[in-house]
Design a protein around this ligand. Structure first.
Ligand SMILES: NC(=O)c1ccc[n+]([C@@H]2O[C@H](COP(=O)([O-])OP(=O)(O)OC[C@H]3O[C@@H](n4cnc5c(N)ncnc54)[C@H](O)[C@@H]3O)[C@@H](O)[C@H]2O)c1
Length: 360
């Protein structure tokens, strides 16, 4: 018996709804395997602002650092869109959380579920056999570089965002990508823009250097503009796609199209060791918040990843994933996937599935 101690940050919009479903499922998995669930719930994003706090309150950050495992819903929404810079939920909560916890490696999968292939906007032939992950550098590059606005002369304002990468930043994410490829299909595709950008030229040089220690892993390089096409037309050729922060942001959203629905894709943002933050790739979906319509599967799968990657609980994670599989094959889903269940009912169905398998 172990104690699963983590920080739960429900956030805004549908975050608390999909979070409630995931906590229900985690309780079922903990019960089945004889573990104790022990989580600290804290405010983040707009919910923290509404309570008169910063978007990332100190106690939320302290708890996240202490537990080393964070389950996050989503932050932001139109209510806080008038706020500027670090006062905004997205800039003031997500970016500092990633930076403060050194969560430099973001992983998102792209593997269309067989039950969803016909719901994706692409033809079946482009989807079958696709199974890759994007390893995105998350704490460097243009999002964290010097930025500013120059108002002089006032008739031609200019703005700038600096993109900078150090050798150490590139090396540690490349090592993570090659290590992951060894557990999968032994291939890394590194994506850059080395025909134009100096940071990309350094990126390619360091990735090639790291590759020398992984003779068993195939390495290919692709330019990011070409990759946007290759990902959709020959997605099945990829295994681990390694890229920098902004390219990864764009490519991972494109990859979500291969999966049929945003509502089924989890993500992990990892540091060294077992420190990790787990969240669905979708946002706070303000258009459906509070209506019980949100699909909780991405959040439930994120909880499974937390068990696997931060707690080393492979069987527990697999039991949750088997429950999600069964829900998808059986059509026990929310309306976005053609079902008629509410957010909580989907979680409850999966929780029951996990418990009843135990009894059987
Ligand atoms: N990591 C994060 O916290 C994060 C990520 C992305 C966007 N956001 C924020 O979320 C807010 C809304 O952003 P957006 O509308 O561009 O993206 P979104 O992902 O919230 O929603 C896009 C569309 O997908 C639908 N959708 C999303 N998740 C769903 C789910 N689980 N089930 C069913 N349908 C779902 C929404 O209803 C909407 O129509 C913004 O404030 C944005 O900044 C936060």
């Amino acid at each position: 018996m172990a104690t699963i101690k983590f920080t739960y940050l429900p956030g805004d919009g549908i975050g608390p709804e999909v979070g409630e479903a995931a906590i229900n499922v985690l309780n079922a998995a903990a019960g089945r395997f004889g573990h104790a669930l022990d989580f600290e719930e804290h405010l983040i994003g707009g919910a923290a602002i509404d309570a008169g706090l910063k978007p990332l309150p100190d106690e939320s950050l302290v708890s996240a650092r202490e537990t080393g495992a964070i389950l996050l819903g989503a932050v932001g929404g139109p209510k806080w869109d008038h706020l500027k810079g670090p006062d905004r939920p997205e800039l003031g909560a997500l970016l500092p959380l990633r930076k403060e916890l050194n969560l430099y490696a973001n992983i998102r999968p792209a593997a269309p579920h067989p039950a969803l292939i016909d719901k994706a906007p692409l033809k079946r032939e482009y989807l079958e056999g696709v199974d890759f992950v994007v390893m995105r550098e998350l704490t460097g590059g243009i999002y964290f570089g010097k930025k500013g606005m120059d108002n002089s002369p006032s008739n031609n304002i200019s703005a700038y965002d600096e993109c900078r990468y150090s050798e150490a930043e590139i090396r540690r994410i490349a090592i993570k990508a090659f290590d992951l490829a060894r557990l999968r299909k032994n291939k890394v595709t590194s994506v850059d823009k080395s025909n134009v950008l100096e940071t990309s030229r350094l990126w390619r040089k360091i990735v090639e250097d790291v590759a020398k220690d992984y003779a068993d892993v195939e390495l290919e390089h692709l330019l990011v503009d070409a990759m946007t096409m290759h990902m959709l037309t020959r997605g099945k050729d990829f295994d681990v796609i390694l890229t920098e922060n902004m390219f990864g942001d764009i490519l991972t959203d494109e990859a979500s199209v291969l999966c049929g629905s945003m509502g089924v894709i989890p993500s992990a943002s990892l540091s060294d060791g077992t420190m990790g933050m787990y969240e669905p790739i979708h946002g706070s979906a303000p258009d459906i918040a509070g209506q019980g319509k949100a699909n909780p599967l991405a959040m439930i799968l994120s909880a499974a990843w937390m068990l696997r990657l931060s707690f080393g609980m492979e069987a527990e994670a697999a039991a949750i994933e088997a429950g999600v599989d069964a829900a998808l094959y059986g059509g026990h889903t929310t309306a976005d996937l053609g079902g008629s269940l509410s957010t909580f009912e989907v979680g409850d169905w999966i929780a029951d599935h996990i418990r009843s398998n135990h009894a059987g």
